[in-house]
Design a protein around this ligand. Sequence first.
Ligand SMILES: Nc1ncnc2c1ncn2[C@@H]1O[C@H](COP(=O)(O)OP(=O)(O)OP(=O)(O)O)[C@@H](O)[C@H]1O
Ligand SMILES: [Mg+2]
Length: 377
Amino acid sequence: MLRHSSATSITQGALRRHFTPHAHEERLKEFTLGTLLRLQNPQLEVERAMLIHQEIPHRLRAATTLLHNAPFELSKFRLFREVVEAYRTLGLRVSKMPEPTTAEDARASSASLHRMLKAFRIPLFTGGFETRALAIAIAELRQSHQEEWHSSGMVDTMDKFAAELSTLRISSKLLIDHACAGNHRRNLGVVHRNYDPRRCASTTVSHAHNLVEKLGNECPDIQIRLHSEAFPEHATLGLVPTHVQYVLIELVKNALQATLDNAKGSRLPPVTVDILQSEELTTFTVCDAGAGIPAETLPHIWSYAYTSTGVHPSEVGLAQMTISGCGVGLALSRTYARYFGGSLKLHETSADGSTFVLEIPHHINAHECLPAAGIRA
Ligand SMILES: Nc1ncnc2c1ncn2[C@@H]1O[C@H](COP(=O)(O)OP(=O)(O)OP(=O)(O)O)[C@@H](O)[C@H]1O
Ligand SMILES: [Mg+2]
């Protein structure tokens, strides 16, 4: 039985009134990997701390404005409202922090930002609380608007909203992590130079193994193969490993799920991760021998909160790690991939399995792609 009424029915006009992408008042500054790398120099501690003071409040305000303009009835969901309030409060608190002028100030401001985040009732920018809260709200809304969901463009509006919000969340988290990294002596920032992509991939593999074993399943073999030459010595490269790891984990989880769903006989076919490096970018190809993605599922796989597992995101829970069921893995991974101008694509799918290709630029000129960006640093 459908649970919508004419009072909650959404028309195209209402869609436009509810949400206008890029309606930000904030002009956000975009950073290149090179600038972020430069700021990791210990001598530039004060300059890095200025990020907290100058840029983080803009990003949080842009996210809060977007959340206040959330489409449809998202704001009626308690978890969603908690996220809005937390972003608003954090933005206000950060904007009231004193401007750092000495190295001592710089350390104090990153420590106090760290404390501020810990003091929130909900975990902000860690553990995926906000992304799961949004998935749960969208899934509930979809259930109560089943008829209009696809026909009236609700799903497209929601996907645009979710992608923009995810981008702003990533952008805030990036600068917060960058600024707070100064607290840890061994790691002065979020960008790594001359990284080893096999390390990104093997971190993924051990994480995926743990998940699958926790669920009591035998884990298919995951093979990592590096095809490229060593990095050219003169190249100055940078990359945010946490972004790459997020995407790889989601792709590998999906590949494992597809392999387990399609298990026949005693031997599970392996999942493979092929890595190809060039001076400008690294390409990761994740391939499985599952049953492929059915034609009727294909149009939906990039939609936020879409899952074919039949699980409601609220059953997955807010913090619990599972192999699938939340419906945010691909949507969020594509946002991460595009953040510094990369891409994530389904290369092919058939009854013999699926292949996804992730391209990550790592040249120092690669820059953040923010909504309503102003100048670039
Ligand atoms: N390698 C794959 N083989 C078959 N189907 C896939 C594969 N990757 C993705 N899919 C399909 O795309 C859907 C969306 O994937 P996505 O990762 O976004 O969500 P999920 O895996 O269901 O949940 P979670 O957010 O927990 O990862 C899946 O539910 C599944 O139907
Ligand atoms: Mg998934």
